[in-house]
Design a protein around this ligand. Sequence first.
Ligand code: FAD
Length: 490
Amino acid sequence: MMAVRREAYDVIIVGAGLAGLYTALQLGPDLRILILSEGDITKTNSYLAQGGIATAIGEADDSEKHFADTMACGHFANDPGAVRVLVDEAVENIRIIEGYGVEFDADERGYKLGLEGAHAVARILRMGDHTGKTVLSKLYERVLERDNIAHYDHAYVYRLISTGECCAGVEALIEDAQRIFMAPSVVLATGGVGQLYSNTTNAIGIEGTGIAMGIEAGVKTAGLTDLQFHPTGLYGNDHYESRHFLISEAVRGEGAVLRDENMNRFMEGVHPMKELAPRDVVSRAIHDVIEHQSLGYVYLDATHLDERFFKERFPTIYDCCRNFGINPAHTMIPVVPCMHYYMGGLKTDLDGKTSLRGLYAVGECSHTGVHGKNRLASNSLLEALVFGRRTARAISGDSLRVDDLKWIALREVPYFNMSFGSLQAWMTRNMGVVKNFDAISDMKERLEAALWEPKGHRLPNWEDLRNFHVIVLMREMLKKMIEERDENEI
Ligand SMILES: Cc1cc2nc3c(=O)[nH]c(=O)nc-3n(C[C@H](O)[C@H](O)[C@H](O)COP(=O)(O)OP(=O)(O)OC[C@H]3O[C@@H](n4cnc5c(N)ncnc54)[C@H](O)[C@@H]3O)c2cc1C
């Protein structure tokens, strides 16, 4: 058997979204850092972010108000200590990325702040509707300037190397070859789970592998049943890069309203904040409307906006709608709720530390406790910044060293007779805005049986590894879903 190539670093970061890149930049120049990602920076949810970064920076705002909105939106299931850190450390992290060259929209009166759902005031720092793309590109320029940071951007990481007491590195496939990367500190910044669903706004490849690897290594998780569905994914374009294009909440922030097939503005009777109610409330209302009408979507009506304004304020959305044959200033946009954000993940403390020594988690794959049961819009990019910086500080202060550790490369992986596409379709049907508990119980049994008795074992290859991770993660999510249902019934 061919020897597996091995490299050693001080810190390995898995993921090149905002959480991964910002954590890397916050680490000292004396550390040798490797970023591993499955795709380049365009294949991240960070790159797709439209709305912006929630920050209490305007005159009418303060961190107390941001704290109150975050807690209320999360149904008060948030960790108040984590929320306090999030809102209090927002501005200092914004100043740091501005130092990296990021310039938010502003005029002579100050920042142009956007308004989004469940925010009491306008507090979203933005750049048009392409905030994620612009911020990430700027940070990546800074990463490329650093001699101490290397990046492999076609590396599929599939296993944590653990001594049992601490994490010591990762295994990855690069161009189908198995590779070993050793380091005393490993940061998972692998993002959420959106691509477990066929109706999602998430980038391709964002399917929860990091969380599944953590589960496999026995790392503690939290919030695994907490899924956020965005109310306004563009209907009918689900073959566009395997995801639904997102019509940002900021469009509703500019006054757009939701209408059913009879043109009724149905949110008026549902919540005092109407279309700007929290996402779970709006998604549920849309789901209910669709159940009782003939159309499989509702309309987002932004026709009150002047076309020039729309084009300037939302250039990406405008272009996408036009490519789809819709002029949003003249025609209503068909929308449906889509899987969007995962509140669950690997449980961390306020410094990104997981329950396995040497393993950190940052960004959407982590569970810091800031989001509770429902994330407040534009708090996730902020979370990546605030907790990325804290994680970098914790790593710099850690004395753990992995010297000549014994490691064994994974020789074989199980494979199953379940296709990824069929699992995605199942999630969409049964684990959507409304849950089908009969199907969930049945699928949990099937997944357990599959893991117990896989169809066989083969040399590590991307397809088998991906299916393995999906099955591990789904089984855990479904198990927790049933446990929670049972607890609520008692
Ligand atoms: C369309 C859209 C719009 C959004 N708009 C906003 C917004 O305006 N404001 C806001 O706060 N939030 C927004 N969000 C949410 C926010 O973008 C994400 O929560 C955040 O960007 C997650 O950042 P991250 O760095 O944790 O993960 P990501 O940016 O998703 O990056 C994950 C990285 O991990 C890599 N990866 C994953 N698995 C593996 C593996 N096995 N091996 C190697 N690499 C791997 C990926 O290749 C990628 O590089 C939006 C999300 C979407 C989908």
